[in-house]
Ligand binder design. Structure first.
Ligand code: SF4
Length: 188
């Protein structure tokens, strides 16, 4: 019988625990039957990757009835050996999270209240503000007359929920506008 590394680790973990408890004279029959029916029972497993950094750690995603039930590290992946850092370990909450905000929130200048807005309104406003700021502040030459073509009055802070591709696209867009100030939450 061939056993994958993942299967081997599962067997090893279960075997070690059973050995310890059975030595104490504890009947593991009911516990073993229950453990076999834990939350991922009946789930379909998919190998995927964590999108948050260039390590690209493999993940095992368990799906039941079209819903993600669990995301864990893949022990068969040689780079991480089944480990995930804090961001990767919290991947499930990127998909399943009742606190997740699904509509843009806008706080008017001087206001203390956040108001829900439609995406079309939000995107129009952001585009208008970017254009106004760039038209007003774009610098073509520095104090010594050297060509610089940059925009110093705009800054972007990337969210920790942005994945590699989103970061790359966002970075390219900002560089295209001449923005020189940008950072990412993960670096702070
Ligand atoms: S789990 Fe952590 S180290 Fe691995 S890809 Fe995700 S962010 Fe990078």
């Amino acid at each position: 019988m061939s056993v994958s590394r993942r299967g081997f680790i599962k067997l090893l973990g279960a075997g070690t625990a059973c050995l310890g408890l059975s030595k104490l004279g504890i009947d593991l029959g009911p516990a073993q039957a229950y453990a076999a029916g834990l939350k991922t029972e009946g789930c379909k497993e998919f190998v995927s990757i964590c999108p948050f950094c260039a390590c690209c750690c493999n993940t095992i995603i368990s799906v039941r009835d079209g819903k993600i039930i669990s995301v864990e590290g893949d022990p068969d992946y040689p780079v991480s050996g089944g480990g995930l850092c804090a961001k990767g370990a919290a991947l499930l909450t990127m998909h399943v999270n009742k606190h997740r905000i699904t509509k843009p929130l806008y706080r008017a200048p001087g206001s203390t209240k956040w108001v829900e807005k439609e995406w079309s309104w939000t995107i129009d406003r952001i585009a208008r503000k970017i254009k106004e700021t760039r038209d007003h502040d774009f610098i073509t030459k520095d104090a010594k007359g050297r060509q610089v073509n940059r925009l110093e009055s705009m800054f972007q802070l990337g969210s920790s929920q942005m994945d590699n591709e989103e970061c790359a696209l966002s970075h390219q867009m900002l560089r295209g506008l001449g923005v020189v100030h940008m950072d990412h939450q993960a670096r702070i």
